[in-house]
Design a protein around this ligand. Structure first.
Ligand code: EPU
Length: 325
């Protein structure tokens, strides 16, 4: 029987081969009878299904368990890949564990967060990771990755680059018991009255996100559709001469300059663009929304038109953050 595949863009997507697992033994049993290609999914908050039927098998980890061990000034929390990311952040905030609060309200599951290295307000999930327990579908056994093997970069990891080879089972996060906040990014500090606390930071992040990002429960979207592009310092200097107010940020490696895709899209006049029921979100140009009955082709056409327009205006090529399958 066809099962609907979860996807926050609200596209029609289903599969005849849907598998749920909580551990590697169950997963192995599923893989043994699953037609290829294999697609692991979380909440589908970063996926664009190009066809209404996915020809192959779709897997979802439903392990939402967690266990904690205490160290000197920190905790390690081992979390099932199927826990909702924001439930994990709420758990950290309730228990006084520092580090995840800036990542409040990001849609998706814990496993996908470790694959995509989700980020917001100056924080990235990858920097909290102590280890990632996966099932290696090529070698046919479980494997543990430590941080120096995860190759974390901006919205990138070894898992993302490996072409669905690794299915995440558990993620172990290391969080601090010592109060420390990062409030510089996105004017978070201005939204907090008095001394910051974990709860206040979480509320400020939630309020900021809700003021400019659509609620996927109400309007279909996949969050930021494009990545913020990195250009060489030479290209940046030339652009800045022409557009002195252009937002820009340093990169983690110090190589090149990161620009704001939202600003580039907005300033190249794409904010009113649409294709069928796919449109640019009026409060944030980086978000493409499904106004109701958009199909994958509408979203792809809109994204292509935006890429073209931004290229013509600024000479910068945007790359989708959302993955098309
Ligand atoms: N801007 C515009 N017009 C717009 C939208 C934005 O001019 O329509 C300008 C803003 O004024 C600001 C700049 O663009 O100067 C950057 O905007 P914002 O602070 O909203 O952040 P962003 O770089 O667009 C990134 C992440 C978001 C994350 C925010 C906050 C990426 C691709 N996106 O967006 O992540 O929530 O920072 O930290 O890195 C996601 O990945 O799905 C996501 C929502």
């Amino acid at each position: 029987m066809a099962v609907r595949i979860p996807n926050t863009l609200g596209l029609e997507a289903c599969t005849d081969n849907w598998f749920e697992y909580t551990d590697s033994e169950q997963l192995e049993a599923c893989l043994a009878k699953a037609p290829k290609p294999w697609l692991p999914v979380g909440a589908g908050s970063n996926l664009l299904f190009s066809k209404p039927v996915f020809e192959g098998s779709v897997f979802r980890c439903t392990d939402t368990s967690w266990e904690v061990s205490r160290g000197n000034g920190y905790v390690r929390v081992r979390v099932g890949a199927g826990m909702r990311w924001d439930d994990f952040v709420a758990l950290c905030v309730e228990n006084g564990w520092y580090g995840a609060e800036n990542l409040s309200l990001i849609p998706g599951d814990v496993g996908a967060a470790a694959v995509q290295n989700i980020g917001a307000y100056g924080a990235e999930a990858g920097s909290l990771v102590s280890s990632v327990e996966v099932y290696d579908t090529v070698a046919g056994h479980p494997r543990v990755f430590f941080p120096d093997e995860c190759e974390y970069g901006y919205r990138s990891s070894v898992f993302k680059k490996s072409g669905k080879r690794y299915f995440v089972l558990k993620v172990v996060f290391k969080l601090s018991l010592v109060p420390s906040f990062s409030l510089e990014y996105g004017n978070l500090a201005a939204r907090i009255e008095g001394e910051p606390t974990l709860q206040k930071v979480r509320e400020a992040v939630i309020a900021t996100r809700q003021s400019k990002l659509p609620d996927p429960e109400v309007i279909g979207s996949a969050g930021s559709f494009f990545m913020n592009p990195v250009v060489s310092k030479k290209v940046f200097t030339a652009l800045q001469k022409k557009y002195p107010d252009m937002p820009h940020y340093p990169t983690a490696t110090g190589r090149g300059v990161k620009l704001s895709a939202g600003w580039l899209i907005d300033r190249s006049g794409c904010k009113d663009m649409s294709a069928g029921d796919a449109a640019v979100y009026e409060k944030h140009a980086l978000i493409l929304v499904n106004r109701g009955h958009a199909c994958a082709a509408d979203i792809i056409r809109l994204a292509d038109n935006i890429i073209k327009k931004v290229e013509e205006t600024f000479g910068v090529t945007l790359k989708p953050e959302v993955e098309t399958v």
